[in-house]
Design a protein around this ligand. Structure first.
Ligand code: ADP
Ligand code: ADP
Length: 237
């Protein structure tokens, strides 16, 4: 479970990114966070793996405290919380397989994996992850040669290779065209259903959110202004 209790985030410039958030996300839920630009969606998602540090309140992920956690426990937390970004964040000059193996490095870094040498079991997990997103035939292709949608699938496979309990996706389809965006959302939904991984995605468009979310969280000015099922979310959200 992910639990926010009165969590606020104040950035160095004084802007309140989150303003007293109270929120519980049970294990296995598929949550989409929507809201206008600047509403705090990204801050909410990024606080869950401490990419953005909280200023006050209590934030728990899988029974572990995120706020004020030591470096060591943060590393452990991040090994179980996979993150997907708008910009894919791949190493584009190298192969798809090597990019996915980075997920293994995040999960259980070993001296050898730090130098890019992986165990056969790691390679197997990477191939399984590529299969799940349907691009196993691209394993030895350089990432730079893939389309945006394919690159985002590699990023999803990298996260899967981490064997996470939670997947966070920060505007994962913002740079994709609508059909590709839908494909990526379908991948995330299928993974959530098949593997039961808690998934928190933030999206710009409510229409897209409605099609996939089990629960929609609407944000405005760092606060939650809607929390409910997709069929109750109107355009005011
Ligand atoms: P959204 O993802 O909904 O667009 P954000 O979480 O990115 O919203 O931003 C929420 C508020 O925090 C905005 O006012 C934004 O300008 C501000 N903000 C976001 N990141 C930073 C940062 N690194 N430093 C200062 N202010 C920030
Ligand atoms: P660093 O600790 O120097 O940021 P990492 O290898 O931990 O280096 O991560 C490199 C980048 O990859 C980070 O800046 C982060 O944005 C992204 N990243 C990939 N996976 C994760 C994850 N599970 N949690 C947080 N960030 C991640």
């Amino acid at each position: 479970m992910i639990r926010f209790t009165d969590v606020s985030v104040r950035y160095a410039n004084g802007v309140l990114g989150l303003d007293g958030i109270n929120l519980e996300i049970p294990d296995g839920q598929f949550v989409v966070v929507v809201g206008l630009s600047g509403a705090g969606k990204s801050t909410l998602v990024r606080s869950i793996n401490a990419l953005v540090p909280t200023t006050s309140g209590e934030l728990m992920v899988s029974g572990q405290r995120v706020d004020g956690a030591s470096k060591r426990s943060l590393r452990e937390l991040r090994s179980r919380v996979g993150m997907i970004f708008q910009s894919f964040n791949l190493v584009t000059r190298t192969t798809v397989l090597k990019n996915v193996l980075v997920g293994r490095l995040h999960a259980t870094p070993t001296l050898l994996s730090i130098f890019g040498i992986y165990r056969p079991a790691d390679v197997e997990l990477a191939f399984e992850a590529l299969e799940r997103v349907g691009i196993v035939e691209k394993a030895y292709t350089r990432a730079s040669q893939l389309s945006g949608g394919q690159q985002q699938r590699v990023a999803i496979a990298r996260v899967l290779a981490q064997q996470p309990n939670v997947i966070l996706a920060d505007e994962p389809v913002a740079s994709l065209d609508p059909p590709t965006a839908n494909m990526v959302m379908r991948d995330l939904q299928r993974i959530n259903r098949d593997l039961g991984i808690t998934t928190v995605v933030n999206l710009h468009f409510l229409d897209l959110a409605r099609g996939y979310a089990e629960r929609i969280i609407g944000m405005r000015e760092g606060r939650i202004v809607f929390d409910g099922p997709p069929d109750e979310a109107d355009d005011e959200v």
